[in-house]
Design a protein around this ligand. Structure first.
Ligand SMILES: Nc1ncnc2c1ncn2[C@@H]1O[C@H](COP(=O)(O)OP(=O)(O)OP(=O)(O)O)[C@@H](O)[C@H]1O
Ligand SMILES: [Mg+2]
Length: 321
């Protein structure tokens, strides 16, 4: 049996929500049992620990007045689902690699790249990238919807941001400051420009001063924001663009899955998708699959997909007036 001290340590670490301590104690119990000759029990305990470790990190919830501002989740979006150009993919992979090997880098006095700015057209995968990073790193994703923060707390936005950055040290995870343009760019003209400027400056300062190990991702689709002051604060700035021909092919193939076969002229479908964002192609493919299912077909036809892509093109044009 585990010693009384070990039982107490287990209870303490559970009540203090300290999973690392809990696991360390559980392994001590396993070692203790092994020494007593209870090798089967020791083995079982180690297995339980291994299983727990391979699960995504436990979400530590934001409490008090931050709970409505920071949305926490454990996303499951594999890197393979993200369709990007080879160069961009390599940069995402580099972020993942450096994060995973951060201790190795630390030994040489180097930090892993962890302050990332994603900018570019709507629907090209910026928010999705943050979800992929959290999934790949088995970390919770904490999303701060910046536009909501600003509209809700106008005069107090800076104070709220400070609270979020303060909590960051205690709550590990990937932090996404989404729709980051809410605190800069043209929209600010409608509001109190001075206030917005102050918030943006404060935000950049918080980013600069942050010394946690967390990954911070800021996403914007307003390129006007990208002045030099911004670039300087980030370890990486990644520009998102509409998918090229090759990416369209990969995206359509990924999405249609078993709903297409070798005979399907995917190049033609990709040509019809040119000029649309990933999100719009995604939507058209899903609609084409729905059409196939509802008419009891197991495959999508080029005609129906082309038609749906056209529909999205005209929706696009309509939006731009
Ligand atoms: N690069 C991509 N690869 C695969 N799917 C994508 C990609 N980009 C977008 N999608 C699909 O479109 C959806 C919406 O994309 P996402 O929210 O990531 O766009 P965004 O760049 O954040 O847009 P916005 O600037 O409007 O916030 C995703 O959930 C995904 O289904
Ligand atoms: Mg987004």
């Amino acid at each position: 049996m585990a010693t009384a001290e070990q039982v107490k340590a287990l209870i303490r670490s559970h009540l203090n929500e300290n999973p690392d301590q809990f696991i360390t104690t559980a392994l001590q119990v396993a070692a203790h049992e092994a020494r007593q000759g209870h090798s089967e029990l020791a083995h079982e305990i180690r297995q339980l620990v291994d299983r727990a470790k391979s699960k995504p990190a436990v979400i530590v919830k934001f409490t008090n007045d931050l709970s409505g501002l920071v949305f926490s989740e454990n996303p499951e979006v594999p890197l393979e689902a993200l369709v990007l150009s080879g160069d961009m993919k390599a940069r995402i992979e580099r972020i993942i690699l450096e994060y995973r090997q951060q201790n190795k880098l630390k030994k040489h006095g180097l930090g892993h790249r962890r302050k990332i700015l994603l900018s570019g057209a709507p629907g090209t995968g910026k928010t999705m990238t943050a979800r992929v990073l959290a999934s790949e790193l088995k970390q919770p994703l904490h999303t701060v919807q910046m536009d909501r923060l600003v509209t809700k707390f106008m005069g107090e936005t800076g104070a709220k941001l400070r609270q979020i950055f303060d909590r960051m040290r205690e709550v590990p995870g990937v932090y996404l400051f989404d729709e980051f343009d809410a605190i800069g760019g043209e929209r600010s003209l409608d509001n109190d420009v001075g206030e917005i400027r102050r918030v943006l400056t404060a935000f950049l300062q918080f980013i600069e001063n942050d010394t946690s190990d967390n990954l911070i991702v800021a996403a914007t689709n307003n390129p006007r924001l990208l002045d030099r002051a911004l670039f300087r604060r980030f370890d990486d700035v990644i520009h998102y663009e509409l998918p090229g021909k090759e990416e369209c092919v990969r995206l359509i193939a990924n999405l249609l899955g078993t709903f297409y076969d070798k005979r399907f002229p995917i190049e033609k479908a990709a040509a019809a998708a040119a000029g649309l964002s990933h999100a719009e192609i995604d939507r058209a493919c899903r609609d084409a699959m729905k059409l196939a299912i509802l008419s009891n077909k197991s495959r999508v036809t080029l005609d129906s997909l082309t038609e749906l892509l056209k529909e999205r093109h005209s929706a696009y044009r309509g939006r731009e007036g």
